[in-house]
Design a protein around this ligand. Structure first.
Ligand code: KMH
Ligand code: ZN
Length: 273
């Protein structure tokens, strides 16, 4: 069986704790989530940090506290979001790497994000990539739109691939303003990936979550799941926990004859081993 990377994105920056009490928004809750999701089959965690009022933050102390909490409770590969929330300034987003994650998200261009704008100007993308290369942090290139797939090729041609030789990308599909969460869009994205890409995963936001997951599995891709991306397990039924979403991904993978990857295998996939 081919291995399947399952990344869990448990929190995000968009959902209010008041609307979703089961969203992990404290170091204790994320630590427990990490342990549960690792037991369920996840190998990597994509983290957005919240403050004591449950609001998104890039506070350096809290970033370090969350990273330490997850490392204490699990052996998941720790990926910090450098996307943050749509309100976070670019310079603070660069400083996320000071918290010494294993991996960081790196979005390949600016995207309309509902009524907001998720800002990723090219100079910022270049600065963040160079910083990740310097620090030995494995970037996960987030692709919200097909133009960003092409931009990834430009970036790699200019600066080369990470020292580990691995280039991992994640298609984030179904954001209002980005590419749709459909099989044809994923096929188009995968078809135009630069040849340097060594692995890819996909996630579908909201109701596109299942169709994107199944399209990804059918093409040999990996999966990202979690409450950052979807809050219902079926129409009108709230997700109980992130582990529930990981369990569903494991089950889909089982049907596709894929075995969940361990964190150690994920480190190899990212060139961190
Ligand atoms: N919260 C979004 C504006 C990332 O984590 O790098 C950006 C995002 C992408 O979630
Ligand atoms: Zn994110």
């Amino acid at each position: 069986m081919d291995e399947l990377l399952i990344t869990v994105a448990p929190t995000g920056a968009e959902t209010a704790k008041a609307d979703c009490p089961q969203l992990p928004t404290t170091p204790e809750e994320v630590a427990r989530t990490a342990a549960d999701c690792e037991a369920a089959g996840a190998a990597m965690i994509h983290i957005h940090v919240r403050d004591t009022a449950h609001q998104p933050t890039l506070d350096q102390g809290l970033l370090r506290e969350w990273v330490a909490a997850v490392r204490e409770s699990s052996s998941l590969v720790v990926q910090l979001s450098t996307g943050g929330s749509v309100h976070d300034p670019l310079d603070e987003r660069l400083k996320v790497l000071d918290a010494e994650p294993d991996s960081c998200s790196l979005t390949m261009g600016t995207t309309n994000f509902g009524d907001d704008v998720f800002l990723n100007p090219w100079p910022f993308v270049k600065d963040l990539y160079q910083l990740a290369l310097e620090r030995g942090v494995a970037p996960e290139f987030e692709l919200f739109d097909l133009g960003q797939v092409h931009a990834l090729g430009r970036l790699i041609r200019q600066y080369g691939v990470p020292a580990g030789g691995k280039v991992h990308v994640d298609f984030v599909m179904g954001v209002p303003g980005g590419m749709p969460g459909t099989a044809p869009a994923l096929v188009a994205g995968v078809a135009t990936l630069p040849p340097e890409v060594t692995s890819w995963s996909a996630t579908g936001i909201g109701r596109s979550t299942l169709s994107v997951a199944m399209a990804s599995l059918s093409m040999g891709g990996h999966l990202r799941v979690g409450m950052e991306d979807v809050l219902t397990i079926s129409r009108g039924v709230p997700v109980e926990s992130n582990a529930q979403l990981v369990e569903r991904a494991v089950e889909l993978g089982r049907i596709a004859q894929r075995t969940p990857m361990t964190p150690a295998q994920c480190r190899e996939l990212l060139g961190l081993a």
